[in-house]
Design a protein around this ligand. Structure first.
Ligand code: FES
Length: 107
């Protein structure tokens, strides 16, 4: 049985978890994160224990994965400079630069 590799985070290793193939990395707020082919940005960040993906406009409250199916828009992140990308639907790619989506606070 394979032991969890560095960066596997919350993923279950084979034989109980799937064989994910070769890992790669991307960056989230300057931090290097491990990902596997076929994962979404949201899945890779959740596996790394990262739950804060955006900040609300008025209260400045943290938000993250909620529905996981593209309906709630609580998982919006900035990907390679493009804002309002849903982390739960966006496939992660090698060398992507992902950032928490912070918007200017009002009020
Ligand atoms: S978690 Fe609801 S849209 Fe992404």
């Amino acid at each position: 049985m394979r032991e969890p590799a560095a960066g596997d985070g919350l993923r279950i290793p084979p034989p109980h978890g799937p064989d994910r193939g070769a890992s790669f990395t991307f960056r989230f707020d300057g931090r290097e994160i491990t990902a596997y082919p076929g994962e979404t940005i949201g899945a890779a960040l959740l596996a790394a224990g990262i739950r804060h993906l955006r900040t609300t406009r008025f209260a400045g409250a943290p938000r993250g994965l909620l529905c996981g199916i593209g309906s709630c828009f609580d998982c919006l992140v900035t990907v390679d400079g493009r804002g309002s990308q849903r982390a739960c639907l966006t496939p992660v790619t090698p060398d992507a630069e992902v950032e928490v989506q912070d918007v200017p606070r009002h009020g």
